[in-house]
Design a protein around this ligand. Structure first.
Ligand SMILES: Cc1cc2nc3c(=O)[nH]c(=O)nc-3n(C[C@H](O)[C@H](O)[C@H](O)COP(=O)(O)O)c2cc1C
Length: 190
């Protein structure tokens, strides 16, 4: 048998055209449960999520309003938006948790694979205002605001403005393995 990358990983990509099909409650539950199964430093589970579907229009609009203009243009078709946060300190001793963001990444990796297994796609975003999110949702200083994510079933490219449509068709580019694996030479890793 020839080994290959699992389809749930291989077929993942970040779309900007989402169908207006709602995400079933049960599937939403599975997404967050899969995130909670991730490993974390001292099992702290520092990840937190604020999310809205279009069933909660007020919160959905609040989340959307935190995004930059470009992201708002395409995210508005997504049936669900998530805001991710991490607790900056360990609950048990209030010491800084230097690995909280790492652990959120693991949780989002789980959520991504679980999503793909249910034909759902994610599009992560840094293009938003964490300060605005902090203000709207009254997020305490003990939490870092990290990313926003659009979630949904694949939609039709035609619903996107032309410039964005072109981006959707661009080829997947990845660093070659020798540039990410240390083999005694930092030069090739740049
Ligand atoms: C933390 C993070 C922030 C990102 N921010 C944005 C964003 O603000 N807007 C956007 O359109 N895409 C954003 N992306 C999507 C990336 O551009 C995309 O994941 C990358 O080009 C690789 O493409 P792929 O996910 O389709 O494989 C972000 C991705 C990550 C992980």
């Amino acid at each position: 048998m020839t080994e290959k990358i699992h389809d749930l990983i291989d077929k993942r990509w970040s779309p900007r055209a989402f169908s207006d099909r709602e995400i079933e409650e049960e599937k939403i539950k599975m997404l967050f449960q899969s995130a909670s199964y991730a490993a974390s430093c001292f099992n702290e589970q520092p990840w937190r999520f604020i999310y809205a579907t279009k069933d909660y229009p007020e919160r959905y609009e609040q989340l959307l309003s935190c995004m930059g203009e470009f992201n708002q243009m395409w995210v508005k078709t997504a049936p669900m938006i998530i805001l991710t946060l991490v607790s900056k300190k360990f609950a048990k001793n209030q010491k800084p948790n230097a690995h909280a963001q790492h652990d959120l990444g693991l949780a989002m990796g789980n959520l991504s694979v679980q999503a793909m297994s249910m034909d759902l796609y994610l599009h992560h975003m840094a293009g938003f205002s964490p300060e605005k999110a902090r203000e709207i949702f009254d997020i305490p200083d003990d939490f870092d605001v990290l990313t926003m994510i659009a979630v949904g079933y694949l939609g039709d490219l035609k619903q996107l403005p032309e410039n964005i449509r072109e981006m959707e068709n661009s080829e997947r580019i990845r660093r070659p393995m020798e540039s990410i694996l240390f083999d005694g030479d930092w030069e090739v890793m740049k």
